[in-house]
Design a protein. Structure first.
Lengths: 283, 283
């Protein structure tokens, strides 16, 4: 039985509740915060949940305040579960030195290298611990989940979704890091969290997984054409090539003139929520 | 002829453009920033505008990133014009000492007292300079304006709207400071910006104006019942009493369990935009 997380704050939002919780994470061996939006429908019955994974430097707050997702979640009767992007305040050497590594940059993997191993397990936290916790303590339908995310969180959503298609009804991403083994953000993070064994890296590379472990779910991916990280870090063409090679269904939409930030996410989050709702409402 | 403001940044949002501009304000005798959302319809023809006035501590960014208003503005073909809440960086004594006075707290009045006079003229800036500037340099319909705001900005929207009903088609507010002469925030700001002549204070008190200078527009006001500032600072019952005394039309909606922040604003901004659209689209 999971211990109920501590409610830090809550506010009414579109007839439901936007909340922040704190709890002791066993996977990260630290205190973690996450946000939840419960739609009005959760007052009456258990509801399905979309897990949202945020990008570099974000906490659970960014998506909660900037995406405008609650409006659609309220209409569709979907809860939003929004974890932080890393453990914080552990006092590890180098933890807060870089904006693209350490705090705010957990990369949704299980670190194997010192000093990160034993704390930086955002993979186990997101894929196992957090769903078990919220489904045991909040009015969520057990196992009825979808997953999405932005940038580093899009990488997280694609990799966790591809590895566990039975745990998620549908998978989407905004401007995801599609091939972290081939970009500077990914190589920096993987080498320090995982060491130099590239067989470990592949387990967290969406393009490698899409090519070698395709799943039945269509991946819905939006990417802005004016995104400054597009050519160097995000590499959607790698995902496109991998999916074509394996037959993995992919709907990659290049959105003309859109940038990388939450004005882009907000513009299309309604379409993503409807995409997930179609899968979440199947009997 | 107004000099075109300098474009600081822009991002695609719901098919339109979210932009930040900087310009030299004559009213504030300083550099000012403001944000604008141009809906897709502005690509084809001039569009009406809603002026949004923000609350204490805010800049032009808060509403732009937190309210989710662009979605509705895009659908309805309305531009959003979002000024900062004060001049900044002037080097005046005490300018940055308080969160509820000086920078971020211009209170939408024309200061008469030193050292604020000559710079803190957010009233003249919002009611005259900014509309003239944006209507001369952006694809906005001249004179087709509505006004709204939040908290201190709700006070600004109600007072500017009541004083100039011919300049605004419609007026609304979220959790406004309804009677600043009767609350600590208002008394502190008015005494320092305006001195102790209460005849001047009345010109910036929505309840006094509603009682003594009612206008034909209905005031749409939303107020959350769980707002922590409700009883001490906001005093909607004073506005209610004043409107009843004068016959000023008021639609005051007490929204059960809602708080003061942008989760509250976001929940009802769509209804406000539709309210303004009805007035803005009249021939």
């Amino acid at each position: 039985m999971s211990q109920a997380p501590e409610l830090i704050n809550e506010a009414r939002c579109f007839g439901g509740w936007q909340r922040t919780y704190r709890h002791a994470s066993t996977r990260c061996n630290s205190t973690m915060q996450f946000a939840v939006y419960l739609p009005p429908a959760a007052d009456q019955a258990r509801v399905p949940a979309l897990y949202w994974l945020s990008g570099l430097t974000c906490t659970e707050e960014n998506f909660s305040v900037k995406a405008g997702a609650q409006r659609y979640a309220a209409e569709l009767g979907i809860a939003l579960v929004i974890p932080d992007t890393s453990p914080r305040g552990l006092g590890l050497a180098g933890e807060d030195d870089d904006w693209d590594f350490g705090s705010g940059a957990g990369f949704y993997l299980t670190a194997t290298e010192a000093p990160w191993a034993g704390h930086y397990d955002m993979y186990g936290y997101v894929a196992e611990e957090l769903p078990a916790l919220v489904e045991a303590t909040l009015p969520l339908l057990p196992g009825v989940r979808s997953i999405s995310g932005h940038s580093m969180g899009g990488h997280g959503a694609l990799t966790i979704g591809l590895k566990h298609p039975e745990r998620y009804r549908s998978i989407s991403a905004f401007a995801p890091i599609c091939a972290p083994m081939r970009c500077a953000w990914g190589r920096k993070a993987f080498s320090r969290y995982l060491g130099e064994d590239h067989a470990r890296w592949r387990e967290y590379d969406a393009s490698w997984l899409a090519e070698h472990r395709p799943c039945g779910h269509t991946l819905l991916v939006d990417q802005g054409t004016a995104d400054p990280w597009l050519a160097e870090q995000l590499l959607p063409e790698e995902l496109e090539r991998a999916c074509a090679a394996s037959g993995q269904p992919l709907e990659l939409r290049r959105q003309l003139d859109y940038e990388h930030g939450y004005f882009f996410v907000a513009s299309f989050i309604g379409e993503h929520l409807r995409f997930h709702q179609a899968a979440l409402s199947e009997e």
